[in-house]
Design a protein. Structure first.
Length: 458
């Protein structure tokens, strides 16, 4: 059986669902048939009020636009869509680098750190329909941080109608709806990302979709939160410690996800070469180099989020190990209030953030092949006898379908540790050993063990 036989295609029903739904409790506006902002339905306004407050509702009701304003905004968005789509087409140099002569300039051992290959992998998610891409712009005159259009048009379609609105988190340059696997790129007039920034954003947002963390059971959640609460030596009450432990757990998973995405989006090429040896990777992106020394980062409760909370600090200065880690931490802790608040209130969370010197993940190269392998490793329950099993034939086929970039990532014992942890938990020892040796030891000529049609998950 070929690997493609096992390919898990995108949800066929997804295209029929409303593109306005959000997985992060961001309730969007429904499509408005009338362009007149004064005729927004009560339901629309209630959603906008919950997302952005009364001032946003007032701004929508009071905005006055002409048809010419709408036409200019729609023409501008169509132009932005065409520009972004051009970067995603197979004939672009950024895609050819994965399969053409350009790829030869990067040693295979370093393929996982080549941003051109990461971009090509990321684009594959979109072109194959595993994630949808929606390029949006702010509704003219409306609250710029919340209300965008056109939320109904996705790659490769070009089109724009101001009345097709969607409410999205306004901070940042993009947003990923995990439930819908939809990526939104924001095109604010006068602040549109250039081509390099678009490439970085696509790598960043696809990483959020690609690097799936196994869900935690209710029992594991209780155990983790209980352990965190037990380590809390502050003067908080027991109830306050339990609540802080819950915040720590949620913030830590989210922080790791953002840390991975920012790390990958800022990989730069070409590497520096001297005397036939690869010495370093540069020039560096906006977050610097993981090979350079770290520095102190000061985190301050500038918004007063934790003021008056027992066990919380108004500010703290912490030293990080390398430059890239420190600069990403500085960005997240001082620009995302929830991270900063937990950092100031939890020694346990601070210790975890400081110890995260480089990312770890299941799929740090945004590879569809690794995603297929990850899905094959996910245990299934037989509808006939209720047994839990892994499709071993799919595991073998997708292991054989991996390319050099996948191998480079999976050979890194630290970066790919979560992948191998999942594989170890899912496979019987004989199959795990075969896959380990195939990928890490290069023993590609050794046949896999005989597959069981319903091999029980360990």
């Amino acid at each position: 059986m070929t690997a493609s036989t096992h390919e898990l295609s995108p949800d066929p029903d997804r295209a029929q669902r409303s593109p306005m739904r959000s997985a992060r409790d961001v309730a969007p506006l429904r499509q408005m048939a009338d362009r007149d902002r004064d005729k927004g339905t009560p339901c629309d306004l209630l959603r906008l009020q919950r997302m952005a407050g009364n001032k946003a509702v007032t701004a929508v009701l009071s905005v006055q636009r002409s048809p010419e304003d709408d036409r200019k905004a729609e023409d501008g968005l169509r132009a932005a869509q065409r520009r972004v789509y051009r970067l995603l087409e197979p004939e672009t140099v950024w895609d050819r680098v994965r399969t053409g002569a350009g790829a030869a300039s990067i040693p295979n051992d370093n393929a996982a750190r080549d941003p051109d290959r990461l971009f090509a992998n990321s684009v594959e998610w979109i072109r194959k329909g595993w994630s949808s891409l929606c390029v949006v712009a702010p509704v003219p005159g409306a609250p710029k941080e919340t209300l965008f259009f056109d939320g109904t048009v996705t790659y490769p379609r070009v089109g724009a109608q101001v009345s097709n609105t969607v409410v999205l988190p306004g901070d940042g340059a993009g947003y990923t709806d995990h439930e819908q696997r939809r990526i939104y790129l924001y095109m604010r007039p006068g602040k549109e990302p250039d081509d390099d920034q678009v490439r970085n954003l696509i790598v960043h947002e696809v990483q959020h979709v690609a690097d799936v963390e196994p869900p935690m059971s209710e029992e594991d959640i209780r155990k983790e939160e209980a352990a965190r609460a037990a380590e809390d030596t502050s003067a908080r009450t027991d109830e306050e410690k339990r609540e802080q432990a819950r915040r720590d757990r949620i913030a830590w998973r989210s922080y790791q996800s953002e840390f991975r995405a920012y790390w990958l989006q800022s990989l730069q090429r070409p590497p520096q070469m001297k005397g036939g040896k690869w010495l370093d990777w540069g020039p560096y992106g906006e977050f610097g180099s993981d090979l350079a020394s770290g520095h102190d980062v000061k985190v301050v409760d500038t918004l007063g989020v934790v003021k008056g909370r027992r066990g919380c600090l108004p500010e703290i200065t912490v030293r990080f190990s390398n430059e890239k880690q420190a600069r990403i931490a500085d960005h997240l802790l001082n620009h995302v209030s929830v991270f900063g608040a937990v950092f100031l209130c939890s020694q346990g969370f601070r210790d975890q953030v400081v110890s995260l010197t480089a990312p770890q993940g299941v799929n740090l190269v945004n590879s569809i092949r690794i995603e297929n392998l990850r899905r094959a490793l996910t245990p299934n329950t037989s509808p006939w006898n209720g047994r839990v099993y892994v499709n071993e034939g799919a595991v073998v086929d997708w292991t054989k379908a991996l390319d050099d970039t996948d191998f480079a990532f999976l050979k890194d014992p630290s970066a790919s540790r979560p992948f191998w942890d999942q594989a170890k938990a899912a496979l019987r020892q004989e199959l795990y050993d075969w896959m380990f040796n195939y990928i890490k030891q290069g023993k590609t000529n050794v046949p896999p063990p005989v597959a069981s049609p319903e091999a029980p998950s360990r």
